[in-house]
Design a protein around this ligand. Structure first.
Ligand code: NAD
Ligand code: DAU
Length: 331
């Protein structure tokens, strides 16, 4: 396939690109704005085999340039951090909603297949049981509200224009190349540095952890085997609360458990996410990586790849960290 991958320099998008180039021999064009979260080095293993266009998905000219010669669009591009969306939602509305609209128009004009990468957060929080694809959308944060808006727009292009559009909703991803604003890489790097481990609220919020390569495979599966107009949930095999995750990271890094610090809770903090992935499993997808092994692999990757995270922790991330957590990162 010839695929335009939007947001392909980010954490999950780059895992998808590496996988598709290596295992499927796809011809890939990446369109990415290279925000603080987008990194060319995430693509260095496949750099000579792909075309890279730096540009924003909300820019129709950049999209027209990038999409030339492609059969399908897969959209990962988004502002993705819930805490940043609470501090300032504006950029989330532009990228996640307006940008999705520009991509849908490009797909409609050219008759392309379109896959929107979405999230379990559109369903909101669930105390017991799991969300199916027909659960109502009840987003809590500005981030998840913009992702829900984008999903509704994607569905409308299927119903109104007959666009071959699909949606794949993933649960919490973790693995190599994740920007350290998110729970797992933040805790790993702080633990390795002997820095405080800031746990929100009581630390008992539960997430449904999915190794990034499993999500990348699930998206590829939905793209090839899914039916237009359908939504496919792609959830991890294991659920775990935040304190347990942090405890495991402390063990894997041999850090001091007294580094754990309970800090002010996130406003509107969803208590639990849980996805039923039966529909995608009926198409033949299965998560391959359990959380125990996946977390150990992830800790090992961060130990061995300071070249990747060192420049991040010494740049604008430090300012973000100080603003958000009210204390400086340990040098
Ligand atoms: P990320 O923040 O690591 O990467 C986002 C990428 O999008 C970056 O490369 C960034 O430069 C690019 N980007 C941002 N704004 C852009 C714009 N206007 N135009 C073009 N490129 C732009 O994100 P991620 O964690 O890899 O998430 C990828 C997608 O998967 C997102 O749509 C997210 O909502 C979804 N998702 C994430 C998770 C998760 O746990 N991380 C789970 C389920 C779904
Ligand atoms: O569920 C899928 C979503 O997972 C994606 O759509 C989002 O793009 C992605 O950011 C992620 O959202 P979360 O808010 O669940 O992930 P985050 O890593 O920010 O937080 C995970 C949990 O850890 C959550 O309960 C908040 C808590 N947390 C997070 C941070 C950054 C802490 O306790 N301390 C922290 O410092």
């Amino acid at each position: 396939m010839r695929v335009l991958v939007c947001g392909g320099a980010g954490f999950i998008g780059s895992a998808f690109v590496r996988l598709r180039v290596r295992e499927q021999g796809d011809q890939i064009t990446v369109l990415d704005k290279l925000t603080y979260a987008g990194r060319r080095e995430n693509l260095q293993e496949v750099e000579s085999e792909i075309r890279f266009v730096q540009g924003a998905i909300e820019d129709p000219l950049a999209v027209a340039d990038a999409v030339a010669g492609c059969d399908a669009i897969v959209n990962f591009a988004a502002e993705t951090h819930v805490d940043r969306s609470i501090a300032d939602p504006q950029g989330f509305i532009v990228t996640n909603m307006q940008g999705t609209h520009v991509l849908l128009e490009a797909a409609r004009e050219r008759g392309l297949r379109y896959l929107q990468v979405s999230t379990d957060e559109v369903y909101g929080s669930i105390e017991q049981g799991s969300f199916s694809e027909s659960s109502p959308l009840e987003p809590s944060s500005p981030y998840s509200a913009t992702k829900s808006g984008a999903d509704l727009l994607v569905s409308s292009y299927f119903h109104t224009y007959g666009l071959e559009a699909l949606i794949c909703r993933g649960s919490n991803n973790y693995g190599p190349h994740q920007y350290p604003e998110k729970l797992i890489p933040l805790m790993i790097l702080n633990a390795l540095a002997g820095d405080r481990l800031p746990v929100y609220g009581d630390g008992r919020n539960v997430r449904n952890w999915l190794f990034v390569e499993d999500f990348a495979r699930g998206i590829g599966h939905a793209l090839l085997h899914g039916a237009p107009g359908e939504v496919y949930n792609c959830g991890g095999p294991d659920e775990c609360d935040n304190l347990t995750v942090v405890g495991r990271i402390i063990e894997l890094t041999a850090a001091d458990p007294r580094l754990v610090e309970f800090v002010t809770d996130r406003p509107g903090h969803d208590r639990r996410y849980s996805l039923s992935s039966e529909k995608l499993q009926r198409l033949g997808w299965r998560a391959q990586e359990g959380f125990e092994e996946g977390l150990a692999r992830t800790v090992q990757w961060y130990r061995e790849n300071e070249w990747w995270w060192g420049p991040i922790r010494s740049g604008a991330y430090r300012e973000y960290y100080e603003r958000h957590y009210g204390r400086a990162l340990k040098a």
